[in-house]
Design a protein around this ligand. Structure first.
Ligand SMILES: Nc1ncnc2c1ncn2[C@@H]1O[C@H](COP(=O)(O)OP(=O)(O)OP(=O)(O)O)[C@@H](O)[C@H]1O
Length: 204
């Protein structure tokens, strides 16, 4: 399993944000995305996850190989913790939710509605969803927001276990997760601004 990204260019709101992004991510590897606010980390992850088409470039794997963890947890508010995970397991065609409950210390909360969880508990449930996707590449946008120190450690353990099983992860984060990960600073891939008055055949 290898994710190869070549010369990728991405836009947000119609404005080019990144260009020339190239990297390779192999089975068992984690890549941490760094870059200042607004530099395009979310834009890159959304593009890899298939939520928006690239302007140019190639991605070797289909978006269906990725499990995308966005800023929003995407929980079903009125379903319990257990029902949320069972729902997602059904969507992804997997069965085991026990491993996900245990990995994110959610067993005692299994019957609580998602809307009645604390912010950190909601985040843990959103991350537990990754384990029921069965997808090889996790693409995660600031996954540790709202997590306390113990929960950050649970998350790092879950990533390590995923990598050990042959998975891979690409993670936008500003904190040190203690993972043995490569770092890609996307500040170096900022799209050049078009010169004023430059010829643009798209408008012809
Ligand atoms: N919905 C939108 N419409 C238009 N432009 C947007 C939209 N969302 C973000 N942008 C712009 O796209 C650029 C890249 O934003 P992006 O969210 O990818 O950055 P980021 O590196 O993830 O930032 P942060 O670290 O703050 O989360 C920024 O200039 C941002 O203002």
């Amino acid at each position: 399993m290898e994710l190869r990204v070549r010369d990728l260019a991405c836009a947000r709101g119609g404005v080019p944000v990144l260009e020339g992004v190239s990297f390779t991510l192999s089975s068992g590897e984690a890549l941490v995305l760094r870059g200042p606010n607004g530099s395009g980390k979310t834009t890159l992850l959304r593009t890899l996850a298939g939520l928006q088409p690239p302007l140019a470039g190639e991605v070797s794997m289909p978006a269906e190989a990725l499990a995308y963890g966005a800023h929003a947890d995407g929980l079903k508010a009125t379903l319990t913790v257990e029902e949320n995970l069972s729902f997602w397991a059904g969507v992804y065609g997997t069965r085991d939710i026990a491993t996900a409950l245990a990995a994110f210390d959610l067993e005692d909360l299994r019957e609580r509605a998602a809307q009645n969880l604390s912010a950190g508990q909601k985040r843990r449930l959103g991350l537990a969803r990754l384990l029921v996707t069965g997808r090889p590449v996790w693409a995660l946008d600031e996954p540790t927001v709202s997590l306390d120190t113990a929960s950050v450690a649970l998350f790092a353990d879950a990533v390590r276990a995923h990598l050990k099983k042959g998975g891979a992860a690409i993670i936008a984060t500003h904190i040190d997760l203690g993972l043995d990960a490569r770092v890609l600073d996307i500040g170096g891939f900022r799209a050049k601004q078009r010169e004023a008055g430059a010829f643009d055949e798209a408008f012809l």
